[in-house]
Design a protein around this ligand. Structure first.
Ligand code: OVM
Length: 404
């Protein structure tokens, strides 16, 4: 065997900035370039490796032993840099420390525990859609529905009530920006970090929570000894960080999808029981959470490339969710496909623990809308809001045609 044949092939290098405004606004082209370049790509701008193909992203997500989260799932390396807030006990932790908080929150957010919310949320959705339609046929579906609905139901479910809820989206926006580099998006919110953190942390205290919400259940788990009392407020903080912006932009993705695919809206109206699958297909198609990092726990070989121990790996969930090697006609939003297996909620031990909550919100809102609206169309260009991690929205101007 010759020396050249033994040498590992050079890893493709890409100098693009995935966190630059034009890429955040329209990431598809870079996703295509990265998938085509190879199974592993080196991003010279940030000195990290990146995965953009479904097979490698999926494999890394399920291999927590080699791809850890405890050093942070953003660009910042918690082994060497002070995190901007105490790390999440769920997102930014590995087994065994990750396991107790995960089990507690999993039980609180599992489908049987959500049954009591279903009727209330359905009624809230019907009322909200009636109110919006009562004001006219043209409105901003982002502000009036996609962001209004989660803010209407989720804070009550957690048990923080509605006071100060205008802080929730800005806090989440800040937290999701913080996974990226310290660019203009992060700097723009730097002056609010202390104020927003203080407000959120204050809502996590036992005495700030109602007695019947997710928050109180987390504290009750601490009383049972399933968590320490020091851990409880941090687990409540996870709900408030991960539970609002994600569902808001996931619902916006659905509404955008249906406004631009009228035949899919007809299909949903004929089969309202497909609302949950529609939500998952929208999560696959838009990937509200676009990226997360992992850190290599050892020198780890991925499809022939060695990624050095202690270095960060950027996983492009959005690119994997449109990988033509995994999905037929991946750019199509299509209710006829089976979107299960998408990595929009992640995969493996960190897979989104709130996904049943998100699906319940989506089901309530979409079915309420489907009963009343025959057609949704855009009346202007939708506007994105740029965030280092979230594929997010600022405005979705629509006109709806009431069902007759
Ligand atoms: C957390 C958390 C979990 C998932 C996503 C996330 C900001 C945060 O535990 O705080 O994004």
């Amino acid at each position: 065997m010759s020396a050249t044949a033994e040498r590992a092939p050079a890893v493709p290098v890409c100098d693009a900035d995935p966190f630059s405004p034009p890429v955040l606004d329209k990431p598809e082209e870079l996703h295509h370039v990265l998938r085509a370049a190879g199974p592993v790509v080196y991003l010279s701008r940030y000195d990290v490796h990146a995965l953009a193909r479904y097979e490698e992203v999926h494999a890394a997500l399920v291999d927590w032993q080699h791809f850890e989260s405890g050093a942070g799932v953003g660009l910042a390396d918690f082994r060497h840099e002070e995190p901007w807030r105490p790390p999440s006990l769920l997102l930014e932790a590995d087994p065994p420390r990750h396991d107790a908080p995960r089990r507690v929150l999993r039980d609180i957010l599992a489908p049987p525990a959500l049954r009591r919310l279903r009727e209330t949320w359905q009624a809230a959705a019907e009322e909200m859609v009636d109110q919006v339609l009562g004001r006219g046929r043209e409105f901003d579906a982002f502000t009036q529905l996609a962001s209004a609905f989660p803010l209407r139901v989720f804070p009550d479910a957690v048990g923080i009530g509605s006071e100060g809820q205008e802080n929730l989206l800005p806090y989440g926006n800040m937290a999701f920006n913080a996974f990226g580099p310290v660019n203009d998006l992060v700097k723009a919110d730097a002056h609010r970090v202390a104020e927003l953190s203080a407000w959120v942390n204050g809502r996590c205290a036992r005495e700030a929570l109602t007695e019947d919400g997710f928050g109180a259940r987390i504290w009750a788990a601490a009383d049972r000894g399933d968590l320490t009392h020091a851990q409880a407020p941090l687990v409540v903080r996870s709900l408030l960080t991960a539970g609002v912006d994600t569902t808001v932009h996931g619902l916006a993705a659905c509404l955008y999808a249906f406004a631009t695919h009228p035949e899919q809206w007809q299909r949903l109206r004929e089969r309202p029981e497909s609302a949950r699958v529609a939500f998952d297909e929208a999560v696959r198609w838009q990937s509200p959470v676009q990226t997360f990092f992992r850190t290599a726990t050892t020198d780890v070989s991925v499809s022939g490339t060695v990624i050095p121990e202690g270095t960060k790996i950027l996983m492009f969930l959005g690119a994997a969710n449109r990988d033509p090697a995994r999905w037929a006609d991946p750019d199509r939003f299509d209710l006829a496909r089976d979107p299960s297996g998408h990595v929009g909620f992640g995969m493996g031990i960190h897979q989104c623990i709130g996904q049943h909550v998100a699906r319940l919100e989506a089901e309530a809102l979409l079915t309420a809308l489907a009963r009343r609206v025959d057609r949704i169309e855009l009346t202007g260009a939708p506007r994105r809001h740029l965030n280092n991690t979230l594929r997010s929205w600022a405005s979705l101007p629509v006109r709806v045609h009431p069902a007759t």
